[in-house]
Design a protein around this ligand. Structure first.
Ligand SMILES: [Zn+2]
Ligand SMILES: [Zn+2]
Length: 67
């Protein structure tokens, strides 16, 4: 029986134990360390999610800057 904590990489579909997988902070997908995109000190499932994270971080400008 496989361990209950095992998961599968969303990218390469390889089944791995939980400790070998990273959870994408954007979409929650699990990826192995080989498939994960490392950016901004985090691991994302794809470049798209990394870019989304970067834009979300930088998208904090105040739109209603009227006095
Ligand atoms: Zn993988
Ligand atoms: Zn993702």
């Amino acid at each position: 029986m496989p361990t209950a904590n095992a998961g599968a990489c969303e990218a390469c579909r390889k089944e791995l134990p939980a400790w070998a997988l990273s959870k994408c902070p954007i979409c929650g997908h699990l990826t192995c360390h080989k498939c994960a995109r490392q950016a901004y000190g985090r691991e994302f499932c794809s470049d798209r999610c990394a870019h989304y994270f970067f834009r979300a971080e930088g998208d904090d400008e105040d739109e209603s800057a009227e006095t």
